[in-house]
Design a protein around this ligand. Structure first.
Ligand SMILES: [Fe+2]
Length: 179
């Protein structure tokens, strides 16, 4: 083990099960960052599976455009999950990314099984995207406080795109809501 490596592989790091790494972020901060990233990984995979649920089960006269839109959104969430998991491992952590791990940690409510119509699916997804966007936005500042501009940048990218997706969903509802 090199001197640089042993410096970062401190007791705090070992105690919390982190891998040895030469990255120049303290073990103490990496523990916090990894926990933050794993929470968002769980929310992201949960939301991915919920958007797929909508993609498969949506009915109504807007079926085909919503079926396609939901699949596009699900694909983006899958990419975010991959980026979050790889940032966790870059920081010396273990990504907790199975369906069961995500289900145990996700902060989002479960998706309803008793809805069919496109607008009901849009509303259910908007109700889940809103808290997802809020948590991701909060994590930008938290990652900055832990001295990791790169993780903050990843959260910023996800935040910007997720806000856009919330807009795409809500654009279907605003004409009715504001009439
Ligand atoms: Fe499909």
């Amino acid at each position: 083990m090199t001197k640089t490596l042993s410096k970062r592989f401190d007791k705090e790091t070992v105690k919390n099960g982190l891998h040895a790494t030469r990255i120049d972020i303290s073990g103490k901060n990496r523990v916090q960052l990894i926990a933050l990233l794993n929470e968002s990984l769980a929310d992201t995979f949960d939301l991915f599976s919920q958007v797929k649920q909508a993609h498969w089960n949506v009915k109504g006269h807007q079926f085909y455009q919503l079926h396609l839109l939901f699949d596009q959104i699900a694909g983006e969430l899958l990419e975010y999950g991959d980026e979050l998991a790889e940032r966790i491992t870059a920081l010396g952590g273990t990504a907790l990314g199975t369906v069961r791990m995500a289900a145990g940690t996700s902060t989002l409510p479960e998706y309803p099984t008793d809805i069919l119509d496109g607008m009901d699916h849009i509303e259910a997804l908007a109700d889940r995207f809103a808290p997802y966007c809020q948590t991701i936005r909060d994590n930008i500042d938290k990652a900055t406080d832990y001295g990791d501009a790169d993780t903050a940048d990843l959260f910023t990218e996800i935040s910007r795109n997720s806000d856009k997706r919330l807009w795409f969903l809500e654009a279907h509802l605003q004409a009715e809501d504001e009439r």
